[in-house]
Each structure stands twice: as structure tokens, then as C-alpha cells.
Design a protein around this ligand. Structure first.
Ligand code: FEO
Length: 387
């Protein structure tokens, strides 16, 4: 793809239009991009490789930009196989090239590649690599998304090579905005490591960044202030939107009906934003993202096996994994004989950090009654006070 970065920095990444599941769990509607970049200077550096499916096309892209020259360096910002798969092929094709990575990456390298480690240069925080007019400065970014991750900054063109940070699902030419799929990517892939993302943002704040070149998704330029602001909100576990996300898990449809009624009530009462998902049918990663996005999470679920219906149990498990915190939570259950959903959901949220569980709950007995609707109205008032 012809993506302009600067006169001497070129995009050599590959779009994967066929993939429908990333990391064996995240559904993709618009494929995935494995980004790679080449800096053509007195010395030539290639920033990151690609996944196995994209290796041959990556080599073609490299050949085209190299135009007969040979690269001096492969910079490995991140060792996950979607980027590191091609290290060995690169090393074999260019036997004189050095491989640059963090010390942590070098320690892990043998798990991912067979390259002779005498060709590897491990760099430290703020170490530089002069290429001619371009000089790369390396900065460690542990746990964004793996422990060995580093980013680098090119002072000539103001480019931050940001590894997985600021990436998104979707090919680089997907006809969609950045934030929706970047948010789903962030909370599901990096979300647990907010503190470490904050540390990276502090480093980024000291740089004059004109371009962000992530390992997935589009190259970012004009939208950088907005992107940095969203990353700050997300990584500090603050809600992005004042509003309610209704997560519903219903066996025979009665709880779903109650959730739809609650959505209507909240909207009528002027709640600033109301979103809803049927956990039994919708993408789990999207629901995780929506849980983090809103200031209040309303969980409505059937009681089941003396606990809570499995799709809700699964959802809470995902939230806990991703360090869900700092939110107000409201609970509604349905039961036909033995109420257990509220108790179970409450116990799960009590194990998360800084969750304000509203005292008012609603317990429905199979079908929604007029009395239940009154209770939902009262709960809606309380939710809106906390939005
Ligand atoms: Fe794109 Fe964490 O690998």
C-alpha cells in the first residue's frame, strides 16, 4: 500500500483481508494490518516484521523500497508472533543485518526465533541509533503489550514507532474511523496494563510527535492530540462517556424484555447516553469495551445453577481480567424459583477495585410486572444521579 510517511520513511506493512479472528479470540469485520516501516538513510533500518500469513508480501514490499540496497538493521519493537514470525527469514536473507531489540526481548528471543544472537544488539532506555539524517531513540514500554516492548522516536521526522500502542483492529485501508476499533483493541488487548500505558504516555509527552506509526491500524498524524487524550482517559480507567451500558444475559427473553424496558425508561428520563448489548449474541470484546466506556454499568441477568447465567458470568470474568475499576454498577436479576444472580454478580464486583454497587436492586420473577416497572423507574433515577 502506498502510505506516505515522509520522503525517507516508507510503509512496507501488509493487510490481511482474510483473517476473521485475531489472537484466536477477537472477531474481525475488516481484517487486520501488520505494519512495518523502512527508514532509507545512509544506513537502512526496517521497523518490525509481520505475521506468517503476510511474510511473502512483506518481502516484496521491502524489495521494492530497497531497490537493490540491503538493510543494515531490523528493529524489533515487540516479539509477539504477529510481528516476530519473520525475524528468521529476514536474518537469513540479509546475513549482514543487525537485529536491534530490548534486553528483555533478547532474553525471550529463543522462544520465537533461531537467529544467531551474536547479531543482536540489545538497547537500553534512551539509547540512540544514528542512521544518517535520522537518529532513533529507544524507550522501553514494558507491558504495552508484553514485557519486552519498546518504542522508538525519530527526531528528524518526529515519528513515534509505537509498537502495539495506538493500534486498532482492521486493515489500514478499512473504511472506518480510528476510535471504535482502537477502543475495542485497547481494552481487550492492553486494558489490564493502564499504569504501564500511563508511563508510556509520560514519555510521549516529552516528545514532539508529528506522526505515530503503530504496528496495527493506520499511521496517525492530524488526530494525534485526540488519540493521546483518549489513551489517557482509557489508561487512567476514567469513563469516556457519561452514560449507562446495559449488559443483559437472558435465557428465554424475559430478562431481555426487561432490559429493553429499562433502556426506554432511562432514555425517557434523559440519561445522557444509553447503550445495550445482549451478551448471549453479541461480541464479548465489544461488550468489554462498552463496559469501560460508560460511567455506569447495569447488569441484568437470569439466575442459573444457583449462580448467574453463564454469558453474564463470562462477561464478569472478562471484566475482572481486564482490571475493570472505578465505575458505578447497578444489578437486576430474574428468577423463576431461587434468586441467585444479584448475590453472585455482587460478589464478583466486590473483588474488583473501586466499584460503587448501588444498594437499590430489582429482582424480577420470570415476567416483568407493573410493580417491577416501578422499581426499574426508581433504579433509573438512582442510576442517572450516578451517571
Ligand atoms: Fe501486535 Fe502484541 O502484538
Amino acid at each position: 500500500m502506498d502510505i506516505r510517511i515522509s520522503d525517507t520513511v516508507k510503509y512496507v506493512g501488509v493487510n490481511d483481508y482474510e483473517i476473521d479472528l485475531f489472537e484466536s479470540q477477537y472477531m474481525l469485520e475488516n481484517g487486520m494490518a501488520y505494519n512495518s516501516y523502512i527508514i532509507l538513510d545512509e544506513k537502512i533500518a526496517v521497523c518490525d516484521g509481520v505475521d506468517k500469513i503476510a511474510y511473502e508480501r512483506w518481502m516484496e514490499n521491502l524489495d521494492k523500497e530497497l531497490n537493490g540496497r540491503t538493510p543494515d538493521y531490523l528493529i524489533v519493537h515487540h516479539l509477539e508472533p504477529d510481528h516476530s514470525y519473520s525475524i528468521d527469514m529476514f536474518a537469513n536473507k540479509y546475513p549482514e543485518a543487525k537485529i536491534i531489540m530490548s534486553a528483555n526481548a533478547l532474553r525471550m528471543l529463543a522462544q520465537f526465533a533461531d537467529v544467531d544472537t551474536s547479531r543482536v544488539i540489545a538497547v537500553k532506555e534512551k539509547e540512540t541509533l544514528p542512521l544518517g539524517e535520522h537518529t532513533l531513540t529507544f524507550m522501553m514500554a514494558p507491558m504495552v503489550h508484553w514485557p519486552e516492548v519498546m518504542v522508538s522516536y525519530d527526531s528528524k521526522d518526529g515519528i513515534l514507532f509505537s509498537a502495539d500502542a495506538f493500534g486498532k483492529f482492521g486493515t489500514v485501508d478499512a473504511d472506518e474511523g480510528w476510535s471504535c476499533e482502537a477502543r475495542r483493541y485497547y481494552f481487550n488487548i492492553v486494558g489490564k496494563y493502564g499504569k504501564q500505558v500511563q508511563a508510556l504516555l509520560k514519555k510521549a509527552a516529552e516528545l514532539d510527535i508529528k506522526v505515530i506509526c503503530p504496528l496495527h491500524g493506520p499511521v496517525l498524524t492530524d488526530t494525534i492530540p485526540e488519540v493521546l487524550k483518549l489513551y489517557n482517559t482509557w489508561s487512567s480507567y476514567e469513563p469516556e462517556d457519561r452514560g449507562v451500558f446495559i449488559a443483559c444475559a437472558s435465557i428465554h427473553g424475559n430478562t431481555l424484555k426487561a432490559a429493553e424496558k429499562m433502556k426506554e425508561i432511562l432514555e425517557k428520563k434523559g440519561c445522557p447516553r444509553v447503550a445495550m448489548a445482549d451478551l448471549c449474541r453479541e461480541d464479548m470484546a465489544e461488550s468489554v469495551e462498552d463496559g469501560f466506556r460508560h460511567s455506569v454499568l447495569l447488569c441484568m441477568a437470569s439466575s442459573y445453577d444457583a449462580g448467574v447465567f453463564a454469558p453474564m458470568s463470562d462477561y464478569l470474568h472478562h471484566l475482572k481480567h481486564k482490571a475493570f475499576q472505578n465505575r458505578t454498577v447497578a444489578l437486576v436479576e430474574n428468577t423463576s424459583w431461587a434468586p441467585s444472580a444479584i448475590r453472585t454478580m455482587k460478589a464478583e464486583f466486590e473483588e474488583m477495585q473501586n466499584i460503587n454497587i448501588l444498594d437499590k436492586t430489582v429482582s424480577i420473577k420470570t415476567r416483568l410486572t407493573d410493580e417491577n416497572v416501578k422499581e426499574l423507574e426508581e433504579l433509573a433515577d438512582l442510576i442517572i444521579e450516578n451517571v
